[in-house]
Design a protein around this ligand. Structure first.
Ligand SMILES: NS(=O)(=O)N[C@@H](CCC(=O)O)C(=O)O
Ligand SMILES: [Zn+2]
Length: 324
């Protein structure tokens, strides 16, 4: 479990309890499904929040994924914050009510539960990043989920082929069961040939950044990314950054990555999407393990960015004055 001074962080059992309680208390707008299992058999949960809890009307859908990287525990607290924001806001906050009436929100609060639990299993942090899937012919454990997505996988020296590396891309795209389960879930949202999910945020720590694709290249315009599509990503990223003080930039401005969720969500699924690197800005702020005392401030810090993001979900290009 977390060290005593960090007990406000949710371990996987506590997260599951929060999800189950939230859904039980708001059956009119929230449902939970299990979209797969981690390597060691933990549930990969998806919470659907919308006012049309029964029907499956053709509304824009927004995806939030959390905790691809095990040690980035503040991202699970961000999921807990969003669950509360939306369920408590419906019916009391007109802005949130309007969003839940016109959109579907999916929150996947922990897509790497084995890694998260391994990181805290001894009561002191292990700085673990990957999943806990063994690799053949070596004792080195784990795949970096955020290098295992099936778009330009391993293309560009943005990952490693060495199982011992913390950026090990896996043996093949989607070789990580957790990545395959989430990718299958996203593909399942293609209804009558149309991907219902229009926008997504993948939550990470740290660095206080808002990142958009592509990560595999320094180029802005590439096959599959037109000038308008790039400008839409950049302008919406800058808009959100003005609300939370994060630094907006293309993923590759940080460093070249390949096989990331960002590149796959856009390159394969045409979903406008971002990586949010949360607090702190630097190691001095606590690195991957900021004190639990920052949780309320650093989750609420993203409230306005998330609400504006949801407001553009029906037509992200509106942010550059264009229709789709
Ligand atoms: N959260 S993190 O691992 O420090 N940074 C992310 C950045 C993701 C990206 O550049 O798309 C990563 O390297 O996967
Ligand atoms: Zn990360």
């Amino acid at each position: 479990d977390f060290p005593p001074e960090d007990s406000d962080y949710h371990n996987f059992t506590e997260l599951t309890e929060v999800v189950d309680r939230t859904v039980a208390e708001h059956p009119d707008i929230a449902t939970k499904s299990v979209i797969g299992s981690s390597y060691r058999g933990r549930d990969l949960m998806a919470v659907r929040i919308s006012s049309d809890v029964k029907a499956d009307e053709d509304k824009p859908e927004v995806l939030f994924t959390h905790s691809q990287h095990a040690r980035e525990h503040l991202t699970v607290e961000m999921a807990v914050y969003l669950l509360d924001l939306f369920t408590e806001g419906y019916g009391s906050d007109p802005r949130i009510t309007g969003l839940l009436d016109s959109r579907v929100i999916w929150i996947l609060p922990n897509v790497n539960p084995d890694g998260s639990e391994y990181d805290i299993a001894t009561g002191s942090y292990r700085h673990w990043r990957k999943n806990r899937q063994p690799n053949p012919r070596t004792t080195a454990i784990g795949t970096d989920m955020n290098r295992n997505w099936d778009y330009n996988w391993g293309c560009c020296r943005g990952s490693s082929g060495l199982p011992s590396s913390i950026v090990y891309r896996g043996s093949a795209p989607e070789s990580a069961p957790e990545v395959k389960a989430v990718a299958d879930f996203v593909r399942s949202r293609v209804v009558d040939g149309e991907q219902r999910i229009t926008t997504a945020i993948d939550w990470h720590t740290y660095g206080e950044l808002i990142l958009w694709p592509y990560g595999y290249t320094y180029n802005e315009v590439e096959p599959g990314m037109s000038r308008d599509e790039y400008d839409t990503h950049a302008e919406l990223g800058r808009l959100m950054a003005r609300t939370n003080g994060y630094t907006p930039q293309q993923s590759s401005d940080l460093y070249i990555t390949d096989g990331t969720i960002n590149d796959w969500l856009w390159g394969e699924q045409r979903i406008f999407n971002y990586t949010f690197e949360m607090y702190p800005r630097s190691a001095a702020g606590g690195g991957f393990y900021p004190p639990a005392s920052v949780i309320p401030r650093e989750t609420a810090r993203n409230r306005e960015a998330v609400l504006q993001f949801l407001e553009y979900a029906d037509c992200p290009q509106r942010v550059i004055g264009k229709e789709a």
